[in-house]
Every structure is written in structure tokens, then in C-alpha cells.
Design a protein around this ligand. Structure first.
Ligand code: RNT
Ligand code: ZN
Length: 427
């Protein structure tokens, strides 16, 4: 078979091993594969809109700006250029992704009908097309203030700026965003409002305390209004392009903030030192700050946002979420962008990989591992960990896809090829 044959084929994965045999194998180890499939399918996964258009947004803007620490690379054809195109693309991708979905919107995807509405003046009605669409599709909707790619990002600072006017603008934008999130929640149920700011310094930072003190004050003002259906989250980062030396909103900063203010922490898999994973942080953070929002992503060297994959890091995160016994306190969202490949394929691969890793974690013979650990039997524990790779996981995943009305195997690839030919190539 050639690559062209492959891309044109409907290569379903079915039939190599029966699900019933796989079910029995897991049952021998005390794992209920049916329950695992149901639970993995029912876990809401919030899909970020910004994969559709390389984090460009829909604003009518008069001034050009740099990305403010966010940069998508690549120029694969077919980028979505309007709300309608993003919605059409995601409707297509969603048919290829099994399980419960939500959508995740950034403020600069407001649709203002050509009118220039600055970010501090945004209102719920600027998002009515998104809200109606999610309602029709049966999806919840999450929200994010957009504190980057705007001329009011001054000297790489927003909420932590020493300039009162700059700070005011971003505080007002975040307050407006929370009210939009509340309006969304009233229609579609509770959702997150996640604050990430790019604030930092490129080199030889002289004052690390000042910006942090100002950020605390600004956040306190942003969060002052009681909006009961909004889950407020703050997202930390280690560094960004152009702010390599110092990031105001570091992990320790936001961990302390969330724990003392009673808001939630967002941990993005790409926002730590290259060998530092977030899996271990789940059980360390939850006793002090709950819930946790996870941004599932993949750091590669200095880029924090490669397409999520079913790799060791993602599996470790899902394993810990399930093992912790606090699964319901974890909110699942993806955050990646790759402009060098078909954007629907990026979504499909990333979202499927997360669902797959959730299933993987839910199929772990965890009770046996715990028993071995407390019995002091370290070698049995290791043997159980190794055994996971030998179990018929693929058959259970295919069953999940079938129950979730999504293609198995590589059949989804042919769907994407067709959509690229029929829709994306005309853009
Ligand atoms: C940036 C953060 C943030 C963004 C989105 C667009 O490094 O991860 O979550 O990716 O808000
Ligand atoms: Zn993120």
C-alpha cells in the first residue's frame, strides 16, 4: 500500500481481536473494561478554538501587534478566517473525536459585525453566535480573557504593568471576560474563565517583586465580583519567547494565589522545565487548591504547545488523575497549535490522544498495584506496570470509538483528506 492508498482508504481498525476477549482479559485483573469505556467517554474534554486559526482571533484591529509570547509556526493551507469557518471545521473534527466535548473560546474570537469593540468593552452579545452554536451541539463552553496580541501589552506587561492605564485596561478586560463567562454559564452550565498573561522580562530582571505585588492586587480586583457559575482559574508559565528571564505568573506564584484566594489553578503540560511533568503535582496541589484545570499539550524544547500525543507524559497525567481518587476535581482542556499540518488533523490527533490516555488510565489494574505497594512487594508492582503494555488495549479503544460514534483505526484520515479537498483547498 502507498501513502496515497492509505489516505484514500477507510482503514478501520476493527476485528483484530474481539472486544469480548479483551474484556475477559482485563476482568481477570479486576478491571471492568465496560465501566472504563463509559467513564472515559463521559469525561468532558474542552477543545480549544485557537487550533483552527493559529491563534489569530477575529478582531477588527487597526494596529499590528506581535503575538505577545504566543507564536504559531507553519503555513499549511486552509486556516479558518471567520467564526463560521472555525465552527464548520470543528463540527467536522468533532465527528472524528469520540466522547463528551466542550468548546473553549478566547475573548478575541468576539464577533462584532465589523465594529471595533476594544477588549475592555466586550459583552456577552458579542459571543451569541458561539453560545447558540454550543447550545445546538450540546456542548458546554469555556472562556479566556485574551491578554496578548494587543497594543496595550506594554513592555511585555499587562496586569502587572507599572503603568496605571495599562493595568486598568487589562483589569477591565478580565472583569468583562468574567461577566461573559457568567452569561455563558447561565445558558450552558458552569464553565471556566482562565487567566493567562504573558507578563515577564527578557533579560537581567531587576525587579521581580514589584510586578508580582501589582499582579496580586490586579487579580484581587478582577475576582472581586461574586459570579457563582464561573470557575476562575489562573495559568502559570515558566518562560515565553521574548520573556526568557522572568515570568511574573510563575507556578509558585499562582499556586500560592489560588490556595489563598480559593480560585483554581491551571497547569499546562508545556509550562515547566523540560523534564518537569505535571503528573506528580496533581496530588500535591489538590489538597490546597481545587479544582485543577489541566491544559493538555506537549512541550518540545522551547515550544510549549505541540499537538498532544499518547506519550509517557500524557499517560502519567491521566494515571495520576484516576489514581488520586479526586478525578471529579480535574477539568480537562487541550491547548496546542500547529500551523504546519492540517489543522483538523491536529485537533483530531490531539483530542483522540487525550481520550485514549484517559481510557488507558481507567484500565489500569490499580488496586493490585496498591496492594503490592503496601505489601512491600516492589517487584510485583513493577511487573504489573510492565504488564499494561501487553494487555489488549487496542481492542478496548476501538470499542470506545464505536460506542462514541467515531471512526476506528486510521479511517478518520480519509475523512480529513476529503474535507481538505472539498472545503479547505478553496480558502
Ligand atoms: C500560553 C498558554 C495559554 C494559551 C492560550 C491561547 O502559553 O498556554 O493557555 O495557549 O490561552
Ligand atoms: Zn495553556
Amino acid at each position: 500500500m502507498t501513502l496515497d492508498d492509505l489516505l484514500a482508504s477507510e482503514l478501520e481498525g476493527h476485528g483484530r481481536m474481539s472486544y469480548d476477549d479483551a474484556y475477559d482479559r482485563y476482568a481477570e485483573l479486576g478491571v471492568d473494561a465496560d465501566a472504563a469505556i463509559d467513564r472515559a467517554l463521559a469525561t468532558p474534554l474542552s477543545v480549544h478554538c485557537w487550533q483552527a486559526d493559529d491563534v489569530v482571533g477575529l478582531e477588527a484591529r487597526d494596529e499590528a501587534t506581535d503575538g505577545g509570547g504566543i507564536q504559531a509556526t507553519g503555513n499549511y493551507p486552509g486556516r479558518a478566517r471567520s467564526g463560521d469557518e472555525i465552527r464548520a471545521d470543528f463540527e467536522k473534527a468533532a465527528t472524528l473525536i469520540p466522547g463528551t466535548l466542550r468548546f473553549n473560546l478566547h475573548a478575541f474570537y468576539a464577533e462584532t459585525g465589523g465594529e471595533v469593540v476594544d477588549r475592555d468593552e466586550l459583552r456577552p452579545e458579542h459571543f451569541s453566535a458561539w453560545i447558540d452554536w454550543c447550545d445546538e451541539q450540546g456542548w458546554g463552553l469555556d472562556f479566556n480573557p485574551t491578554c496578548f496580541a494587543h497594543p496595550m501589552v506594554r513592555d511585555s506587561l499587562t496586569l502587572s504593568s507599572e503603568d496605571a492605564e495599562t493595568r486598568r485596561f487589562w483589569i477591565d478586560h478580565c472583569i468583562a471576560s468574567r461577566r461573559i463567562a457568567e452569561a455563558i454559564a447561565q445558558r450552558l452550565g458552569p464553565g471556566t474563565c482562565n487567566i493567562w498573561i504573558p507578563d515577564g522580562r527578557k533579560d537581567a530582571t531587576a525587579d521581580r517583586m514589584g510586578p508580582r505585588a501589582r499582579l496580586i492586587e490586579a487579580l484581587d480586583e478582577v475576582l472581586a465580583e461574586d459570579l457563582p457559575d464561573v470557575i476562575d482559574t489562573v495559568e502559570s508559565k515558566l518562560f515565553g519567547i521574548g520573556v526568557e528571564d522572568y515570568t511574573v505568573g510563575s507556578h509558585e506564584f499562582y499556586l500560592g494565589y489560588a490556595a489563598t484566594r480559593g480560585c483554581a489553578l491551571c497547569m499546562d503540560m508545556g509550562h515547566y522545565h523540560p523534564t518537569e511533568g505535571i503528573a506528580d503535582k496533581i496530588s500535591a496541589v489538590l489538597p490546597f487548591a481545587s479544582p485543577i484545570l489541566l491544559h493538555l499539550s506537549r512541550g518540545v524544547r522551547w515550544d510549549s504547545d505541540h499537538v498532544a500525543r499518547f506519550n509517557d507524559d500524557l499517560r502519567a497525567v491521566c494515571d495520576e488523575a484516576v489514581r488520586s481518587g479526586h478525578f471529579d476535581e480535574i477539568i480537562w482542556a487541550t491547548d496546542f497549535f500547529d500551523a504546519s499540518i492540517n489543522r483538523l488533523a491536529a485537533w483530531t490527533i490531539g483530542e483522540r490522544s487525550v481520550r485514549k490516555a484517559l481510557l488507558w488510565a481507567m484500565l489500569e489494574p490499580h488496586a493490585l498495584a496498591v496492594e503490592a505497594e503496601y505489601a512491600g512487594n516492589g517487584h510485583a508492582k513493577l511487573a504489573l506496570a510492565e504488564l499494561r503494555a501487553e494487555l489488549p488495549f487496542g481492542a478496548v479503544w476501538e470499542e470506545l470509538c464505536a460506542r462514541g460514534d467515531a471512526p476506528t483505526g486510521l479511517a478518520w484520515l480519509a475523512e480529513i483528506e476529503r474535507y481538505e479537498r472539498e472545503v479547505l483547498s478553496g480558502r
